[in-house]
Design a protein around this ligand. Structure first.
Ligand SMILES: Cc1cc2nc3c(=O)[nH]c(=O)nc-3n(C[C@H](O)[C@H](O)[C@H](O)COP(=O)(O)O)c2cc1C
Length: 203
Protein backbone atom coordinates (compact mmCIF):
# COMPACT_ATOMS: atom_id res chain seq x y z
CA UNK A 1 0.00 0.00 0.00
CA UNK A 2 1.38 3.42 -0.97
CA UNK A 3 1.28 6.36 1.43
CA UNK A 4 -0.33 9.55 0.16
CA UNK A 5 0.33 13.08 1.43
CA UNK A 6 -2.23 15.76 0.52
CA UNK A 7 -0.88 19.28 0.90
CA UNK A 8 -4.05 21.35 1.08
CA UNK A 9 -4.15 25.10 0.49
CA UNK A 10 -7.42 27.05 0.76
CA UNK A 11 -7.32 30.47 2.44
CA UNK A 12 -11.11 30.66 2.89
CA UNK A 13 -11.93 27.08 3.69
CA UNK A 14 -14.97 28.03 5.81
CA UNK A 15 -16.66 29.26 2.63
CA UNK A 16 -15.57 26.32 0.49
CA UNK A 17 -18.13 24.06 -1.16
CA UNK A 18 -16.22 21.93 -3.63
CA UNK A 19 -12.88 21.57 -1.83
CA UNK A 20 -14.78 20.80 1.34
CA UNK A 21 -16.61 17.97 -0.49
CA UNK A 22 -13.35 16.61 -1.97
CA UNK A 23 -11.65 16.82 1.41
CA UNK A 24 -14.45 15.02 3.21
CA UNK A 25 -14.34 12.17 0.69
CA UNK A 26 -10.66 11.33 1.31
CA UNK A 27 -9.53 12.80 4.62
CA UNK A 28 -10.03 9.70 6.74
CA UNK A 29 -8.98 7.06 4.19
CA UNK A 30 -6.35 4.62 5.38
CA UNK A 31 -2.89 5.49 4.07
CA UNK A 32 -3.71 9.18 3.55
CA UNK A 33 -2.26 12.11 5.48
CA UNK A 34 -4.31 15.27 4.97
CA UNK A 35 -2.20 18.34 5.77
CA UNK A 36 -4.06 21.68 5.85
CA UNK A 37 -1.32 24.27 5.24
CA UNK A 38 -3.33 27.42 6.10
CA UNK A 39 -4.50 25.80 9.36
CA UNK A 40 -0.98 24.62 10.21
CA UNK A 41 0.82 27.82 9.22
CA UNK A 42 -1.53 30.80 9.71
CA UNK A 43 1.55 33.06 9.88
CA UNK A 44 3.19 31.42 6.82
CA UNK A 45 6.17 30.31 8.96
CA UNK A 46 6.58 26.93 7.30
CA UNK A 47 8.61 24.34 9.22
CA UNK A 48 10.87 23.24 6.36
CA UNK A 49 12.48 20.22 7.97
CA UNK A 50 9.09 18.91 9.17
CA UNK A 51 7.68 19.28 5.63
CA UNK A 52 10.71 17.56 4.11
CA UNK A 53 10.35 14.65 6.55
CA UNK A 54 6.64 14.41 5.74
CA UNK A 55 7.43 14.24 2.02
CA UNK A 56 10.09 11.60 2.53
CA UNK A 57 7.74 9.37 4.50
CA UNK A 58 5.11 9.34 1.72
CA UNK A 59 5.14 7.89 -1.81
CA UNK A 60 2.61 10.19 -3.46
CA UNK A 61 2.35 13.97 -2.98
CA UNK A 62 -0.84 15.79 -4.00
CA UNK A 63 -1.37 19.55 -3.94
CA UNK A 64 -5.11 20.18 -3.46
CA UNK A 65 -6.29 23.77 -3.91
CA UNK A 66 -8.69 26.13 -5.66
CA UNK A 67 -7.24 27.65 -8.86
CA UNK A 68 -6.27 31.26 -8.02
CA UNK A 69 -5.08 33.54 -10.81
CA UNK A 70 -4.27 30.53 -13.00
CA UNK A 71 -2.06 29.20 -10.24
CA UNK A 72 -2.19 28.17 -6.57
CA UNK A 73 -3.09 30.10 -3.42
CA UNK A 74 -0.03 31.85 -1.96
CA UNK A 75 0.84 29.31 0.74
CA UNK A 76 1.50 26.58 -1.81
CA UNK A 77 3.92 28.84 -3.68
CA UNK A 78 5.58 29.67 -0.34
CA UNK A 79 5.77 25.95 0.46
CA UNK A 80 7.46 25.24 -2.91
CA UNK A 81 9.86 28.17 -2.48
CA UNK A 82 10.98 27.05 0.98
CA UNK A 83 10.70 23.27 1.04
CA UNK A 84 12.18 22.35 -2.37
CA UNK A 85 15.68 23.33 -1.38
CA UNK A 86 18.75 23.03 -3.56
CA UNK A 87 20.77 20.18 -2.09
CA UNK A 88 17.61 18.36 -1.03
CA UNK A 89 14.99 18.34 -3.79
CA UNK A 90 17.33 19.08 -6.67
CA UNK A 91 21.00 19.58 -7.45
CA UNK A 92 23.76 17.40 -8.86
CA UNK A 93 23.55 14.78 -6.11
CA UNK A 94 20.19 15.58 -4.49
CA UNK A 95 16.90 13.97 -5.32
CA UNK A 96 14.92 13.42 -2.12
CA UNK A 97 11.63 13.33 -4.02
CA UNK A 98 12.77 11.33 -7.05
CA UNK A 99 10.29 8.71 -8.22
CA UNK A 100 7.41 9.95 -6.07
CA UNK A 101 4.13 10.43 -7.89
CA UNK A 102 2.77 13.97 -7.80
CA UNK A 103 -0.20 15.92 -9.18
CA UNK A 104 -2.51 18.82 -8.46
CA UNK A 105 -6.12 18.35 -7.41
CA UNK A 106 -7.63 21.69 -8.32
CA UNK A 107 -11.01 23.34 -8.59
CA UNK A 108 -11.73 26.29 -10.87
CA UNK A 109 -14.49 28.81 -11.47
CA UNK A 110 -14.09 28.64 -15.26
CA UNK A 111 -15.42 25.75 -17.32
CA UNK A 112 -14.04 23.69 -20.23
CA UNK A 113 -15.34 26.25 -22.76
CA UNK A 114 -13.19 28.91 -21.06
CA UNK A 115 -10.10 26.72 -20.75
CA UNK A 116 -9.23 26.17 -24.42
CA UNK A 117 -7.32 27.95 -27.18
CA UNK A 118 -10.28 29.98 -28.40
CA UNK A 119 -11.92 30.34 -24.97
CA UNK A 120 -11.75 33.33 -22.62
CA UNK A 121 -8.76 31.91 -20.70
CA UNK A 122 -6.78 31.11 -23.90
CA UNK A 123 -5.15 27.95 -22.53
CA UNK A 124 -6.14 24.56 -21.19
CA UNK A 125 -5.75 23.66 -17.52
CA UNK A 126 -2.99 21.22 -18.48
CA UNK A 127 -1.11 24.02 -20.27
CA UNK A 128 -1.60 26.49 -17.42
CA UNK A 129 -0.18 24.04 -14.89
CA UNK A 130 3.08 23.45 -16.81
CA UNK A 131 5.24 25.34 -14.24
CA UNK A 132 4.19 22.73 -11.69
CA UNK A 133 5.00 19.98 -14.17
CA UNK A 134 8.43 21.51 -14.84
CA UNK A 135 9.06 21.72 -11.08
CA UNK A 136 8.18 18.05 -10.65
CA UNK A 137 10.45 17.20 -13.58
CA UNK A 138 13.40 19.09 -12.07
CA UNK A 139 12.93 17.10 -8.88
CA UNK A 140 12.77 13.80 -10.79
CA UNK A 141 9.17 13.20 -9.71
CA UNK A 142 6.59 11.15 -11.57
CA UNK A 143 4.14 13.84 -12.69
CA UNK A 144 0.49 13.13 -13.49
CA UNK A 145 -1.98 15.57 -15.09
CA UNK A 146 -4.24 17.51 -12.72
CA UNK A 147 -7.40 16.10 -11.22
CA UNK A 148 -9.58 19.13 -12.02
CA UNK A 149 -13.13 20.11 -11.15
CA UNK A 150 -14.14 22.93 -13.47
CA UNK A 151 -17.21 25.13 -13.81
CA UNK A 152 -17.74 26.18 -10.20
CA UNK A 153 -19.01 29.61 -11.33
CA UNK A 154 -21.86 28.06 -13.32
CA UNK A 155 -23.06 26.50 -10.06
CA UNK A 156 -22.37 22.79 -9.74
CA UNK A 157 -25.47 20.81 -8.75
CA UNK A 158 -25.15 18.67 -5.63
CA UNK A 159 -25.26 15.41 -7.62
CA UNK A 160 -22.29 16.56 -9.71
CA UNK A 161 -20.39 17.61 -6.59
CA UNK A 162 -20.98 14.21 -5.01
CA UNK A 163 -19.75 12.49 -8.20
CA UNK A 164 -16.53 14.56 -8.25
CA UNK A 165 -15.91 13.75 -4.59
CA UNK A 166 -16.47 10.05 -5.28
CA UNK A 167 -14.11 10.21 -8.29
CA UNK A 168 -11.43 11.82 -6.12
CA UNK A 169 -11.85 9.05 -3.56
CA UNK A 170 -11.68 6.35 -6.26
CA UNK A 171 -8.54 7.90 -7.77
CA UNK A 172 -6.74 8.04 -4.43
CA UNK A 173 -7.72 4.49 -3.46
CA UNK A 174 -6.54 3.19 -6.86
CA UNK A 175 -3.22 5.03 -6.55
CA UNK A 176 -2.76 3.88 -2.96
CA UNK A 177 -3.42 0.26 -3.92
CA UNK A 178 -1.34 0.31 -7.15
CA UNK A 179 -4.43 -0.04 -9.33
CA UNK A 180 -4.13 3.03 -11.54
CA UNK A 181 -2.79 2.61 -15.08
CA UNK A 182 -0.04 5.24 -14.84
CA UNK A 183 1.01 5.02 -18.50
CA UNK A 184 -2.48 5.88 -19.69
CA UNK A 185 -2.98 8.42 -16.92
CA UNK A 186 0.12 10.42 -17.91
CA UNK A 187 -1.19 11.04 -21.42
CA UNK A 188 -4.58 12.29 -20.28
CA UNK A 189 -5.63 15.93 -20.55
CA UNK A 190 -6.94 15.62 -16.99
CA UNK A 191 -6.56 12.73 -14.56
CA UNK A 192 -10.29 12.49 -13.89
CA UNK A 193 -11.44 12.15 -17.50
CA UNK A 194 -12.78 8.65 -18.22
CA UNK A 195 -11.62 7.32 -14.89
CA UNK A 196 -13.19 3.92 -15.52
CA UNK A 197 -10.62 3.28 -18.27
CA UNK A 198 -7.57 3.82 -16.04
CA UNK A 199 -8.66 2.21 -12.78
CA UNK A 200 -7.74 -1.48 -12.77
CA UNK A 201 -9.72 -4.19 -10.94
CA UNK A 202 -12.03 -1.87 -9.07
CA UNK A 203 -14.11 -3.70 -6.45
C1 LIG B 1 -8.46 35.23 -5.52
C2 LIG B 1 -9.20 34.29 -6.44
C3 LIG B 1 -8.65 33.99 -7.66
C4 LIG B 1 -9.30 33.10 -8.52
N1 LIG B 1 -8.72 32.81 -9.73
C5 LIG B 1 -9.35 31.95 -10.56
C6 LIG B 1 -8.75 31.64 -11.82
O1 LIG B 1 -7.67 32.09 -12.19
N2 LIG B 1 -9.42 30.79 -12.65
C7 LIG B 1 -10.64 30.23 -12.28
O2 LIG B 1 -11.18 29.46 -13.07
N3 LIG B 1 -11.20 30.50 -11.09
C8 LIG B 1 -10.59 31.35 -10.23
N4 LIG B 1 -11.15 31.62 -9.00
C9 LIG B 1 -12.34 30.85 -8.57
C10 LIG B 1 -11.97 29.72 -7.63
O3 LIG B 1 -11.10 28.81 -8.25
C11 LIG B 1 -13.24 28.98 -7.16
O4 LIG B 1 -14.01 29.92 -6.45
C12 LIG B 1 -12.87 27.80 -6.26
O5 LIG B 1 -12.27 26.80 -7.04
C13 LIG B 1 -14.10 27.23 -5.60
O6 LIG B 1 -13.72 26.24 -4.67
P1 LIG B 1 -14.32 26.16 -3.18
O7 LIG B 1 -15.79 25.91 -3.30
O8 LIG B 1 -13.59 25.06 -2.54
O9 LIG B 1 -14.02 27.50 -2.53
C14 LIG B 1 -10.53 32.52 -8.14
C15 LIG B 1 -11.10 32.84 -6.89
C16 LIG B 1 -10.44 33.72 -6.05
C17 LIG B 1 -11.06 34.06 -4.71
Amino acid sequence: MKKILILFGHPAFKRSAINAALREAVETLEGITFHDLYAGYPDFLIDVSHEQQLCQSHDIIIFQHPFYWYSTPAIIKEWLDLVLEYGWAYGPTSHALAGKITFQALTAGGDFVNYRANGSNLFTIRELTTPYRATANLCGMDWLPPFAVLGIYRGIPKTERVRHAEDYRRTLIALRDNRLDLIQARSRELLNQSLDAIIINEA
